[in-house]
Design a protein around this ligand. Structure first.
Ligand code: URA
Length: 193
C-alpha cells in the first residue's frame, strides 16, 4: 500500500540526507491538494518559504497565484506545489547536483502519490530534471512533453518573469493556458530535443 502524503511529509521534516539540512529553518515539503491533476515544481525554498514552511509564498509565489487565477481560473488549493530541493540553499544560491540527487527520492514519492496529469515545471532546474535533458528552458517551453501517464508543460520561473518584464510574462501566461488545455487533453505536442 502507498503511504499517505502527510506521513511522507512528516518523515521528510527531519531529513538530513544533504548539507542543506544544517542551514534550514524547516523543511518545505510541499502543499496543496494531494490528489491534484495539476502539479507545479519549482527550484527550492527562498527566505520566506523557509520561514513559513510553505512553497512559493514570497514574491514569486504571489505572481504564480495571480497568473494561475487569471489564465486558468484555478487557485493553489486546486493544485499540488513542490520544489526540487526541500531546504533553502544558503543565500538563495542554485541547488548543487548532489543536493538535487539526495532530495530526488522525496520528489519521486510526491509524484507517485499525487499522480498528476499535468506537471508545470518552473524554470531550468525542475524542467531539466524531469525531462532528463541539458537543453535550457527558453528552448523547451511552449510545448507539452510526455511524462509518466501525462505531460510536463515547462515554463519560466516566476522570479525570472519578475526580472524580465513583458515578454517572459506573456510566455508564462501562454504556458499556463497550455497547461489548462493539457488537463483536458494531455497529448504531448513535442518530444524532448
Ligand atoms: N522559488 C522556488 O523555486 N520555490 C519556492 O518555493 C519559492 C521560490
Amino acid at each position: 500500500m502507498l503511504p499517505a502524503l502527510a506521513d511522507v511529509d512528516a518523515e521528510a521534516s527531519t531529513c538530513t540526507r544533504c548539507p542543506l539540512a544544517v542551514g534550514r529553518t524547516q523543511v518545505v515539503f510541499g502543499m496543496g491538494n494531494a490528489t491534484a491533476d495539476l502539479m507545479f515544481i519549482g527550484e527550492g525554498p527562498g527566505a520566506e518559504e523557509d520561514r513559513q514552511g510553505l512553497p512559493f509564498v514570497g514574491r514569486s509565489g504571489q505572481l504564480l497565484d495571480r497568473l494561475l487565477a487569471e489564465e486558468t481560473g484555478l487557485t493553489r488549493d486546486h493544485c499540488y506545489i513542490a520544489n526540487i530541493v526541500k531546504c533553502r540553499p544558503p543565500g538563495n544560491r542554485d541547488p548543487r547536483p548532489e543536493e538535487i540527487a539526495a532530495c530526488q527520492p522525496w520528489l519521486e514519492t510526491q509524484l507517485d502519490l499525487v499522480d498528476p496529469t499535468v506537471i508545470v515545471t518552473l524554470g531550468n532546474f525542475s524542467t531539466k530534471l524531469l525531462l532528463g535533458t541539458t537543453v535550457g528552458i527558453t528552448r523547451l517551453r511552449g510545448h507539452a512533453y510526455r511524462f509518466r501517464r501525462g505531460v510536463v508543460v515547462p515554463t519560466l520561473h516566476p522570479a525570472a518573469v519578475l526580472r524580465g518584464g513583458g515578454t517572459p510574462l506573456a510566455q508564462m501566461r501562454a504556458d499556463l493556458v497550455r497547461a489548462k488545455l493539457a488537463l483536458a487533453d494531455p497529448t504531448p505536442t513535442a518530444t524532448v530535443p
